[in-house]
Design a protein. Sequence first.
Length: 179
Amino acid sequence: MNISDKSLKYLIITISIVIPVVVTALRYLPSPELSAEATAQIRGLSKLNAIINGTTFFILIGAWFAIKNKNIGLHKKLTTVAMVLSVLFLLSYIVYHFCVPHIEYCNEYKTLYLFILISHIALSAVIVPLALYTYLRGSKMEVERHRKLAKITWPLWLYVTATGVIVYLMLDGCPPPQL
Ligand code: HEM
């Protein structure tokens, strides 16, 4: 089946609207009642999310080196892994935040923390359409359009993944909310 560019464009726009709406809605939905075992497992997801973010960061660095060495095949494989990891991250993030209310920051440097957190959240929403369009243009070998987009997508995506890990580390030691 050959999906038209227009349909893909609508699909990307829909995905880019639905994800932030779902993520924002999570804040207002009541958390489900869970057993102690399930609660411990769900809390472990925040570490998994940080590991996925960190791994995606290094995979994106690898994809950049691959394309600088003109290895398009490896570049494609690595960016595909980065896309798959981002989908896994999103699923894990949704499950985690559906079950666990957000943790209050409890250490020094609150202003720095808020700057990193807010820029991370804002750019996470922006990166969804950017990564999807960049991937689409790359897959279709529309090289010039892909390169133009990739020059914005790649550094922003790196920032989002790196700050995801930094936010996790900065919350270290802060008491988890009671479920
Ligand atoms: C969202 C995923 C992707 C990202 C973030 C990404 C990122 C990049 C970056 C940073 C460049 C170098 C731009 C420059 O400085 O000139 C590039 C070039 C390129 N990418 Fe991707 N890429 C992605 C997916 C893909 C895919 C799926 C393909 C398919 C094969 C692909 C094929 C290429 C090609 C052919 C070039 C140009 C190489 C050249 O200049 O000769 N990319 N990409």
